[in-house]
Design a protein. Sequence first.
Length: 321
Amino acid sequence: YQRRVREEDETYPKRKDKSISFGQKSHPEIARFSPDGQHLITGSVDGFIEVWDFLTGQLRHLKYQDEDKFMMHDSAVLSLAFTKDGEHLATGDKDGKIKVWQISSGRCLRRFMKAHGSGVTSLQFTRDGFKLLSSSFDQTVRIHGLKSGKTLKIFRGHTSYVNDALWSQNGAQIISAGSDGSIRIWDAKTTECVHTFQPGNLVSEVPIHSVSVMPRNQEQLVICNRSNTVYIMNLQGQVIKSFSNSKTKDGDFLCCTVSPKGEWIYCVAEDHTLYCFSTIFNRLEHIIKLSEREVIGIGHHPHANLICTYNDEGELSLWKP
């Protein structure tokens, strides 16, 4: 299965393949595929973390899950990230706690009980898995040490929620995105902010939901903010390309994901519609109505043409070509 899908050409989804129903009180706030493409893991508003077999839409048969002993937090799970080998998982919650887990056993290996002053919005491990980057509603970005169990660095400067943060390719810089409308580039060692810019020369502060690195060009960022346009920008803050759905009503984007080779950018708007933009032909290729409810998030499989979306009513859908 894996070998076959690795050679697939990238193409956009057209149909709903599977649905997982959580119910409103336990809807996922975050869902991500593991880097090896084996699992889909969800973090829910009731604190549960669940490992799914996305081919069947059922929970994975792991001893701890079969015994109803789930990985869990005391409050809503807002963010999650995997180590490169896919063996460990970091999860962040609404109260500012971070936990690190071994996926095969469900064991909690590390707890950062005061990682942040409020909700943890994003997480990313270093390549070697020894450090963890996090962003938060408390307006900071932080680096935590897995060995020491301590917070090593704090990056201050955003004037509102920080919604996303990631390492630059060489690990020397941190890139963060905030509700203050700015992208900030930080020196990872000194914590100094070396550059700040806004997408699309906007006058007002338009919250930025996410920033991701273009898979085949690490010097370029995909920036999704609360507007009807998604931007590809370089680290100097120049717009390389932009894609718009041209809608004036309910057209603002809520979340976005990039395909593994970077040939597609998928954006979900307030109209519950998925907009599929081709970065090769530089145009909107396809649209899909996803849901009657507000879509909370979207994730892409690491090497197959498979996307997951999840809404505030507790439905997670898997989409295929």
